[in-house]
Design a protein around this ligand. Sequence first.
Ligand code: GFB
Length: 310
Amino acid sequence: MDLTAPIFVAGHRGLVGSAIVRALERVGYSNLVLRSRAELDLQDVHAVKAFFAERRPEYVFMAAAKVGGILANSAQPVEFLTQNLQIQNNMLLSAHEFGVRKLLFLGSSCIYPKLAPQPIREDSLLTGPLEPTNEAYAIAKIAGITLCQALRQEYGANFISVMPTNLYGPNDNFDLKTSHVLPALLRKCHTARITHAPSLELWGTGSPRREFLHADDLAEASLFLMENYDSPEIINIGTGGDIPIIDLARLIQSIVGYEGEIVFDASKPDGTPRKLLDVSKLHALGWKARISLEKGITEVYRQTDTSGWV
Ligand code: GFB
């Protein structure tokens, strides 16, 4: 990518998009095209077409999506399915129509079967039933992957799809009802420490294992793949290591400095038992994650405005 090429980062205010913008700016890209949701509604096909027709971005990072944690996903399958399909269809078809040179589509590790062999290889896709708590979101993302592959096959579009594992970082969603586990536990621990609460509540059994990648690592990997990967096949992005949720909670406790007890809310779902990506394809290309979980969480805690949390 030329340093002055127009690059559209869709979803630039979110966890992933904001990290991609930081990474691009660090390298010296000077022509970023950014639109807030108020300026451009990605669910509006006419608005999206008009935007691509006028601004003609050459490169696109597709980081805009309706996302959420396990409860949000299971409570709102209609919104997770339809909003993501609309955003993707509008963006991918307009990007193709208006000659985008290369596009990176962000999927998710939940596209893989619930009981896929671990670590999960890219060729596990569509080999078994999905995890029910996020089936709607996963099917939307699988449709996005398929559309990227179809546009390449039928029209030669250079669209790639990358599958990140569970993410965290600055600008995450800290709303306890809709967030993912890591920001939720950070907020719960902080609040419990400040209010001298005797315990904090953890959903499910604490035994599911998850892999956590810092958004800055994901952004570096995305830039790397934009420069070095041109295949229709999906590619995983992760750290190569995972951790039980209970151990994540203990790590966050030690970072926040909260020594109370952890109680389990068994009425909440565990979701898939394990979700660890096989990252050998990415490693073979020459990219590895750099930010350790402890350092990453410590920095997010330091950087985040916690004043509204208690
Ligand atoms: O991060 P999370 O919501 O998403 O939950 P998934 C991960 C695990 O942490 C589950 C447990 O076993 C939760 O039950 N957990 C414990 C909590 N305490 C909490 C809490 O306070 N809040 C939350 N949110 N979880 C999502 C998918 O699945 O992962 C999405 O629903 C997406 O589609 C995303 O793919 C990456 O890893 O289970």
